[in-house]
Design a protein around this ligand. Sequence first.
Ligand code: SF4
Ligand code: SF4
Length: 122
Amino acid sequence: MRGGETRDYNGTRIMNPDEWEAVCKKCGKCCYEKVDLGGGIIRYTDEPCVHLDTETNLCNVYENRREAQPDCISLTEHLVRTLTWLPEDCAYLEYVRHNDTLAAVREVNKRRKRTRNAQRRR
Ligand code: SF4
Ligand code: SF4
């Protein structure tokens, strides 16, 4: 389940689809069937999607997956942030969290700079 777009590490540029695609480490973990237990709890089963090659962890129909498997989704940054069932070590999840951490650090540094400048003006 890949595709879509997101910001790069700078948070200033939208990555093109190939760059976004390259983030996926192709582990295939998200391509296993899931069961909805209710209450927002979704669990993976041991059953791979019929189109997953379990030797390579690659999708056999990737270019046409939306036709072959209508419930297969293309991950976007928004989906990565909102879906609750992505594997904890999904590269997109790690990527978005890393971006958020960098953005938070930038924000703290900006605030410190503003405070220092304000103190100097006093
Ligand atoms: S069609 Fe199946 S194997 Fe292919 S990307 Fe979608 S979930 Fe994964
Ligand atoms: S779990 Fe994440 S990194 Fe692994 S195949 Fe799915 S989208 Fe790619």
